[in-house]
Design a binder for this molecule. Structure first.
Ligand SMILES: Cc1cc2nc3c(=O)[nH]c(=O)nc-3n(C[C@H](O)[C@H](O)[C@H](O)COP(=O)(O)OP(=O)(O)OC[C@H]3O[C@@H](n4cnc5c(N)ncnc54)[C@H](O)[C@@H]3O)c2cc1C
Length: 618
């Protein structure tokens, strides 16, 4: 059958952003095509095959609740899952998974291939076809034209990608894959500004050549907390990772060989992620430190490759070998792939609306590393949102906008659009103001309504979640009403359990607020119901931390008020007397939709905001 080349939505890219965008669009009923340069590398983990960790695990869980794939897929195809920060505060508890790089990729391709309304096409896209101000299709490197009502660009590190190892530099999107050389020109011609970033990855070594006796073995959990609420697994795979350290010798060798580092020779001129510095950068910045952690992580059950986490470098191969010999347990390790860096074009995200649609070209969406981010989770979250909003635009529906008080997804998009970072952006808990509200454990409560509005999650699941939410609310209400009186029996019981006796009547929620008292403990004093752990956990958290949560709620209300003060679409900032030039520049560039959004633009002060409100009120 001859291919019909007319699509509703075309997604360019089959990385983590592209996969989520294409699945979301197709699941919302749009005739969707997903283009990729190399079809065998769908959902490829270019760097560390790990999903989750602080901030990132929030994103994964949020995307899962909204109807995305990354969470449940990691739950299925992982080698190890852990809960981090178990002993720290509730907001800090997160899941981290070691994904199986091979099975993650192969099984994601299988899902995509079996999704209705979705075509997978291996072709390099060279050009956008734009009619006036709207994208209407694209042209591939084979000269074929495809029409589309909306396009999502999720090209990752491939636009004019240049791989660097030592003094060798060549065209590639990542090692072993061609770069996309022409699409950047087409974007520039359509008024999209581009800049360049860089990212790097460590060497991989052969497991059979490592001396694990010199390392500490680290295991995950047999029954971990999964990313998805709907994962039903009794026992998880639990393969170890190993911890070792660099030695004074490593640092000595690194210092001696620094002259060959491409960040020292100037072969790499672009900025890379500060949160994931290369060993060269660590030695340059902290010359006194000699014991940097090195984690050895298995890439897959199907491979002997071990990812040497902590040894990111694009030094020449002989230098990588020499440094490796100085690390305990890696003295005889055989390198299977050398570490390398890749430089690429990205499109700074101030050119986007919060829906991720371009301000310059209508119906063109951007998601993932092309927006200046780094990380699979960041990419997947943006891809999901862009895919949903591209589909909604074609259905004449309002875009889904997530704000900073609702989800880490909102923090991510809002930061990207308003704040310029000098390096690839990664989501971090410190970037979120409302951390106690935006917990991983309550993503389903926060995003239930949005999930329903989007319409990908099944009615059956939504009904189940609504029931859970209602139960939690009712039980908290009941505990706040229930009075416990200090009679002899009650106090004897309390003392027996190691708690202070009561001197006056208290409500059940007050007893639960006491340190060490659990929901189950209340059964002796006011009767409880055999709720699932999920419900009990939410009741305990909401009651024990209610003072702090309420304080945050008040801050969120203030935030929402400013967000609701809308700025007219074509508002002329030149009419505002007294507005500083820096503020004007930022406001004209970003074109914020609300006063709240305006207040977060770099260079806009409280005084500028007061002047703006006064002018808009006029
Ligand atoms: C060397 C390296 C090191 C990294 N290190 C880290 C790290 O330390 N920490 C971290 O968090 N992240 C790191 N990453 C980044 C992580 O891999 C990305 O953030 C994530 O994969 C981005 O997902 P994406 O979907 O945006 O793009 P990618 O996963 O890069 O996928 C891009 C897709 O677009 C397709 N494509 C591109 N151009 C075209 C075109 N013109 N036509 C058709 N298809 C096209 C490609 O074929 C590919 O399918 C690293 C990546 C690399 C390459």
């Amino acid at each position: 059958m001859v291919r019909n080349k007319n699509f509703d939505v075309i997604v360019v890219g089959a990385g983590h952003a592209g996969c989520e965008a294409a699945l979301a669009s197709a699941r919302l009923g749009m005739k969707t095509a997903m283009f990729t340069i190399y079809l065998d590398n769908v959902a490829m983990m270019s760097c560390n095959p790990a999903i989750g960790g602080p901030g990132k695990s929030h994103l994964v869980t949020e995307v899962d609740v909204l109807g995305g794939e990354i969470g449940r897929h990691t739950d299925k195809y992982n080698l190890q899952l852990k809960t981090l920060n178990e002993t720290k505060g509730i907001a800090a508890r997160v899941t981290r998974g070691q994904a199986d790089k091979y099975w993650y990729r192969v099984k994601m391709k299988e899902i995509l291939e079996n999704t209705d309304n979705l075509d997978l096409i291996q072709e390099t896209v060279d050009e956008l076809i734009v009619d006036g101000k709207s994208v209407i299709g694209l042209r591939s490197s084979m000269g074929i034209e495809y029409s589309a009502k909306a396009v999502v660009l999720a090209t990752g590190t491939f636009l004019k990608g240049r791989v660097v190892v030592g003094d060798v530099k060549y065209e590639a999107g990542r090692q072993g894959e061609m770069s996309s050389e022409k699409l950047s020109e087409s974007l520039l011609e359509n008024g999209i500004e581009l800049e360049r970033y860089q990212t790097a990855t460590p060497p991989r070594v052969d497991k059979r050549t490592v001396d694990f006796s010199k390392m500490q073995e680290l295991k995950g959990l047999d029954t971990p907390k999964y990313f998805s609420m709907f994962t039903d697994k009794n026992r998880n795979k639990n393969l170890p990772t190993w911890l070792t350290f660099t030695t004074p010798n490593t640092v000595e060798v690194a210092k001696e060989l620094l002259k060959y580092s491409p960040i020292v020779t100037g072969i790499i001129e672009t900025h890379g992620p500060r949160h994931c510095p290369s060993l060269d950068r660590k030695v340059l910045n902290f010359p006194e430190k000699t014991d940097h952690q090195i984690f050895l992580e298995q890439e897959s059950t199907e491979s002997n490759e071990l990812y040497v986490n902590g040894l990111t470098t694009a030094m020449p191969p002989f230098a990588q070998e020499k440094m490796m010999r100085t690390i305990a347990g890696l003295e005889d390790a055989k390198i299977m792939r050398y570490g390398y860096a890749v430089e690429y074009d990205y499109a700074p995200a101030y050119q986007l609306f919060p829906s991720l649609e371009s301000k310059k070209v209508k119906n063109l969406y951007f998601a993932g590393q092309i927006n200046g981010t780094s990380g699979y989770e960041e990419a997947a979250a943006q891809g999901f949102l862009a895919g949903v909003n591209a589909a909604r635009k074609l259905m004449c529906m309002e875009p889904i906008i997530v704000d900073r008080s609702e989800a880490y997804l909102g923090v991510l998009v809002d930061d990207l659009i308003h704040k310029k970072t000098p390096e690839p952006y990664r989501v971090l808990p410190s970037r979120a103001e409302y951390r106690l509200t935006l917990r991983q454990d309550n993503a389903f409560l926060r995003l239930l309504e949005k999930a329903e509005e989007i319409g990908i999650v099944s009615k059956e699941r939504l009904d189940y979640l609504k029931k859970i939410k209602n139960t939690i609310e009712h039980e908290i209400y009941r505990l706040k009403e229930e009075v416990i009186r200090p009679d002899e029996e009650v106090n004897l019981m309390l003392e027996g359990m190691g708690f202070e006796p009561l001197r006056k009547p208290i409500r059940a929620n007050e007893l639960l607020q006491r340190k060490g008292v659990t929901y189950d403990d209340l059964r002796y004093f006011c009767g409880i119901k055999p709720y699932p752990d999920l419900v009990k956990q939410q009741i305990e958290i909401e009651i024990k931390y209610d003072v702090f949560i309420d304080r945050e709620k008040a801050q969120i209300e203030k935030f929402k008020k400013l967000e609701s003060l809308k700025i007219p679409e074509n508002f002329d900032y030149d009419t505002v007397k007294g507005l500083s030039n820096i503020a004007k520049d930022g406001l004209f560039n970003v074109r914020p939709m609300s006063i709240g959004e305006a207040s977060r633009i770099s260079g806009v002060t409280g005084n500028d905001i007061a002047l703006l409100i006064a002018q808009i009120n006029k």
